[in-house]
Design a protein around this ligand. Structure first.
Ligand code: GDP
Length: 176
């Protein structure tokens, strides 16, 4: 495990998007394979940490709280981030605008310039979920402003696990 590359990934999104569920799902998938016992920090601290090994790399995933008063805390983590996962509740049309504005704010930060961004249209197991194409369309105006940044939108169900492995793998290849 010496000379192992270490990467930090921050998981952002509105509250109720499914960030914690996603992190738990990723931990279960990857630590199951590697037999690692995951770090766990209680909800009182306000953030959850997951540590997974892929090939010769170690990914540290930080699930930062989604409540509005926690957004300022996100900023402290931007300088550390090698990758960003932005989770969207695809069933929540009512908050899509708020979601987009939140995303835009993150993308405008200098600290995350050039950092690969993976946008996840979560809760695809529910019939009310918007398809990833629809979400992409809504975010297109911003996406075109991403510059040279690597970004992708993918459909997942954090709850069922569908698409989660593909999502982690996409991001992993971008971290190299
Ligand atoms: P967070 O606030 O972003 O951390 O969101 P949570 O992970 O706490 O999830 C909020 C709610 O959405 C919980 O009731 C989860 O069970 C639910 N949830 C999260 N992901 C999914 C999903 O993929 N499908 C469904 N049906 N529910 C989900």
């Amino acid at each position: 495990l010496t000379r192992q590359e270490e990467y930090y990934v921050i998981i952002l999104g509105l509250d109720n998007a499914g960030k914690t569920t996603l992190l738990e799902r990723i931990k279960a998938m990857y630590t199951g394979v590697r037999g690692l016992s995951p770090d766990k920090i209680g909800p009182t601290v306000g953030l959850n940490i997951g540590k997974i090994d892929i090939e010769r790399s170690r990914l540290k995933l930080w699930d930062l709280g989604g409540q509005r008063d926690l957004h300022s805390i996100w900023e402290r983590y931007y300088p550390e981030a090698h990758g960003i996962i932005f989770v969207i509740d695809a069933t929540d049309r009512a908050r899509l605008d708020e979601c987009q504005k939140t995303f835009e704010k993150i993308m405008m930060r200098d600290e995350v310039e050039g950092v690969p961004v993976l946008m996840l249209a979560n809760k695809q197991d529910l019939p009310a979920a918007m398809a990833v194409e629809e979400i992409k369309e809504t975010f297109n105006k911003i996406a075109s402003g991403l510059g040279a940044r690597d970004s992708k939108a993918m459909p997942v169900s954090a709850l069922a696990g569908d698409g989660v492995r593909d999502a982690v793998e996409w991001l992993y290849t971008r971290l190299q």
